[in-house]
Ligand binder design. Structure first.
Ligand code: 4AD
Ligand code: MG
Length: 465
């Protein structure tokens, strides 16, 4: 491998991100990356090299005749190269450029390389999801994704939350919506496939829709925990905000009520937004220029302004008095649709808003019943451009009411005996929420389709790569 050869010569590759921030010229440096463009003159060539460490490429000037120049013709768009040279003051727009002293072609890219030009449609780029991270936009999005994951861990770790990796294969349906993928080793069409006791686990198993229930068990031991991992939903919603495989962040806090839950959700989002503005300025600036011209302004607003709180009942009144014609008419008791959520956050409040105390009929069995007997302590955080980004609640800690809910929901009481045990032994008021990681990323990058913030998106009828 060429890289090893350079390493044995005692030279270490430097990422372009660091070179562009250099304070002074560097007499000898090694870069490795992919050619974005190349222009040849008689006596020298210009190459734009990108190594994925930052949005910007580094301009390289290579004089004809330096070692390796004989293969310059093969160093076309998409080719991988290793280049030694001196970092000197740039003659063009950039502060720095590289005066090459030695070139090496590591891997060529024939003309069939699909990213010859800029400006491909997102649809086309989705069809080459294995190559699209090499574009500026997807490079920025996926660096942001990585940064956001680290910030999420930091937010909770700094607050003494323990990370729990709740199981991906589970026998419980947390949301009770029946949107689970079955996990089985039985053959399709096999008569045995109808007999769950013959299956791998001796019973039906699924991919988890949420780590919450298992998270509650750990919160009722370690006090403050969070889960952060993949979740799966077999819901057939072909929208720009739904994926069949997505990641969820789920904190769970013992000795916490709805109020504390809402405070934590707001602090969480504002922390992540402030972190992105502070620590990913190049990506944010790039996304603001090419994806969403209002991005920086919106992020700064979210960072600096407290979220609105509004009960479900108030929200229904606002929607009814809005004079707007919605596809789904608004009456007390309906599940708020995306059009309603977006009206509230984008047009009415013009700010993130937390809607709380929803009708019990439209919410899952585990949410705590309010004294009015009609509503539960649910809360959804709605943000402009997306709608629901977080869903959470205070949990029902009273054994009798919880068991009643389980029965009424037609769930198997025995299968949830472990969960009701948490109420039998040292039950405490506790609360938590689930934040869609991709929705957070969409919000922070301004990217409007969930397919474009997932490395390899899984949506109905689409499981390529
Ligand atoms: O509102 P949801 O369904 O809540 C729960 O699953 C709770 N058990 C969470 C908890 O209290 N611990 O999902 C939580 C969030 C949503 O607000 C949304 O951001 C995201 O998960 N989400 C999805 N993201 C992408 N694709 C999907 N199909 C999603 N479904 C939910
Ligand atoms: Mg929800």
């Amino acid at each position: 491998m060429s890289e090893c050869r350079y390493y044995t010569q005692g030279m270490k590759r430097v990422l372009i991100k660091h070179l562009l921030k250099s304070e002074s010229e560097i007499s000898e440096v090694l870069i490795q990356g992919w050619v974005r463009t190349r222009r040849d003159n008689k006596a020298f060539s210009f190459l734009e090299i990108n190594d994925g460490s930052t949005v910007s490429s580094l301009q390289v000037v290579a004089d004809a005749g330096i070692p390796g120049y004989e293969r310059i013709g093969e160093m076309s768009t998409g080719a991988a190269v290793s280049i030694k040279g001196a970092l000197v003051t740039g003659q063009g727009r950039q502060k720095w450029e590289l005066r090459a002293t030695e070139l090496e072609l590591v891997g060529s890219a024939p003309e069939s390389y699909p990213l010859q030009k800029k400006g491909h449609s997102p649809e086309f780029l989705r069809s080459i999801a294995h190559l699209r991270p090499r574009t500026n936009l997807y490079g920025a999005v996926f660096r942001m994704r990585s940064r956001l994951a680290a910030s999420i861990h930091r937010f909770f770790q700094e607050r003494d939350f323990a990370w729990v990796s709740t199981p991906i294969i589970t026998a419980s349906d947390c949301e009770g919506a029946g949107e689970m993928f079955r996990v089985t080793t039985l053959e399709v069409g096999d008569t045995a496939s109808k007999d769950e006791t013959k299956d791998f686990f001796g019973k039906a198993a699924y991919l988890t829709v949420s780590g919450q229930l298992e998270g509650e068990a750990f919160a009722c031991a370690l006090s403050n925990i969070y889960t952060f991992g993949p979740t799966f939903r077999a819901e057939n919603s072909n929208t720009t905000r739904h994926a069949a495989e997505f990641w969820m962040v789920e904190p769970e806090m013992a000795f916490c009520d709805l109020q504390g839950d809402m405070e934590m959700a707001e602090a969480f989002i504002r922390f992540l937004v402030a972190d992105a503005l502070e620590n990913s300025p190049e990506e944010v600036e790039f996304l603001n220029k090419f994806v969403d011209k209002g991005l920086v302004q919106r992020l700064e607003h979210v960072r600096d302004t407290p979220f609105v709180r509004c009960s479900y009942t108030e929200a229904v009144e606002i929607l009814q008095q809005s004079g707007k014609k919605f596809d789904y008419p608004v009456t007390w008791g309906i599940n708020l649709q995306s059009e309603h959520e977006r009206y509230l956050t984008e047009e009415h409040f013009k700010s993130p808003v937390i809607v709380y105390n929803y009708p019990k009929e439209i919410k899952p069995f585990y949410m705590r019943l309010n004294d009015d007997g009609k509503t539960v302590t649910a809360m959804d955080v709605l943000v402009p451009g997306i709608g629901e980004i977080i869903g959470g609640s205070q949990r029902e800690e009273r054994m009798d009411i919880l068991v009643d809910n389980i029965r009424k929901a037609g769930m198997n009481e025995e299968a949830y005996a472990w969960y009701t045990d948490l109420r039998r032994y040292g039950s405490v008021p506790h609360a938590g929420f689930g934040a869609g990681f991709e929705r957070l990323l969409m919000f922070i990058t301004g990217v409007s389709n969930i397919r474009d913030v997932l490395p390899f998106a899984r949506t109905p009828k689409n499981c390529e790569f």
